[in-house]
Design a binder for this molecule. Structure first.
Ligand SMILES: O=C(O)c1cccc(C(=O)CC[C@H]2O[C@@H](n3cnc4c(=O)[nH]cnc43)[C@H](O)[C@@H]2O)c1
Length: 208
């Protein structure tokens, strides 16, 4: 199976290199990720695209920094409208991002089985344009998307472009920080990259 990786930054691409896989650096954010994924699919014709990187762990996930997890679905968590304090999602508004698809985009159908085989947590990964900066906002997102594990800024863009091209996608992230009040001193990027690298190597072995 031909795989290809999408990372947001050069730092991540360097850590996930040397595996014989095409690695494209998208830049931060879902638009960058979607554009880079479309380019990667055109250039490399992969059978599976994996968005790999670091992410924040939601309070209810039980995940600590240095853990890794695999997405069960990709969620455009901030795409919609506000009616006062109420969030209205795309399905409520009647605006699909692709025919039949709204905020929640599918991960590869083998994601849960692969996660179980590798002993990785598997659940929804939320994609946001703005990094969550309070416990209150984190709790609101968890209430809106129960079981949310990880927050990032690219995954749904990768899934969007891959789905449009008919290519399955996965999102694999190492936890660099808790989602909540901003505290850069709590960031552990090194351990997050190590966890994602180890999980990626396990995934590749499982897919051989
Ligand atoms: O300066 C800050 O407080 C800050 C807090 C969280 C994330 C950032 C980034 O610049 C994220 C860039 C990069 O890392 C991924 N990431 C990692 N943790 C998170 C998170 O808690 N929420 C969203 N994205 C996160 C993200 O996918 C980007 O690629 C700065």
């Amino acid at each position: 199976m031909k795989l290809a990786l999408i990372c947001a930054t050069d730092l991540e691409a360097h850590r996930f290199g040397g595996l014989g896989l095409e690695v494209k650096v998208s830049g931060v954010g879902a638009v960058n990720a979607a554009l880079a994924t479309a380019e990667l699919i055109r250039e490399a014709r992969p059978e599976l695209v994996i968005n790999v990187g670091i992410g924040g762990a939601y309070p209810g996930s039980g995940l600590q920094t240095g853990a890794a997890a695999l997405s069960s679905e990709f969620v455009y968590a901030g795409l919609g409208a506000r009616d006062g304090a109420q969030f209205l999602d795309l399905e409520t508004l009647g605006f699909p991002v692709l025919p039949g698809w709204y905020n929640r985009l599918p991960a590869w159908e083998r994601a849960a089985a692969l996660a179980a085989r590798l002993g990785l947590p598997c659940g929804p990964f939320l994609t946001l344009e703005t990094v969550t900066g309070s416990l209150e906002a984190a709790r609101e997102l968890e209430a809106r998307y129960p079981g949310a594990l990880i927050e990032g800024m690219e995954g749904a863009g990768v899934a969007h472009a891959a789905l449009r091209a008919g290519v399955p996608a996965l999102e694999l992230r190492g936890v660099s920080n808790p989602v909540g009040p901003r505290d850069r001193t709590s960031w552990r990027i090194g351990p997050a990259l190590e966890a994602a690298r180890a999980a990626l190597e396990g995934l590749l072995l499982a897919l051989r």
